[in-house]
Design a protein around this ligand. Sequence first.
Ligand code: GLN
Length: 247
Amino acid sequence: MKNTFKLFAILAAALMLAGMFAGCSESDTLVMATNAEFPPYEYYDGDKIVGIDVEIAEAIAEKLGRKLVIEDIAFDSIIPAVQSGKADMGVAGMTITADRLQNVDFSDTYVTASQVIIVHKDNTDINSPDDLVGKTIGVQLGTTGDIYAEDEDIEGATLERYNKGFEAVQALQQKKIDAVIIDDQPAKYFAEQNPDIKVIDEPFTVEDYAIAVKKGNTELLKKINDAIRELKASGKLQEIFDKYIGD
Ligand code: GLN
């Protein structure tokens, strides 16, 4: 009798545990894939990932009543992660491009950005995109800086691809390359941290950032767009930008 009771208790406990795991199913979390090397949009503050995109994603998760989980992966793995369903959304200062639209759907845009050129402070001969002819240019692999520099087919220029934007910046500091093409806000951030580099005023391209979801996931896309619209209307989106981008 005693043994039967024990068995029953164990079974009951096992069932409760199973129930707890079931309760913690995927739909309770909202998984964001990003590459946390992109300040001020996503970067590490100690061991915590913070930034504009993180706060936007937090606000979306809150509206959906789900808990935000951040997966920090290589930038060029974000779209595959969204396609395979490993992540619910890609939030990574990601620019809408025609090519990417073949593989994922994009939300409404939440900010307009640009690609800019950074050079060493000592450099006087690169003052606009036209001056990149014959130069060695650093880009982050798979980013629009990479794609557009390739598309432009700048005469005599050599492209050096790095896994992280900051690695390109380091190569520039060491004068291994002549210029880096990177998004405007990270460029500003890196230039503030490193007085030996400067940002060229004239942008290389202008582009829109948006959130990527799996193709055909209209349900999530609609919720994300509703959340973005509300964040814009309430002024919360502006607040988030102001918090991370000073003037
Ligand atoms: N905006 C650029 C792109 O979409 C770079 C994004 C990034 O490096 N996180 O390719």
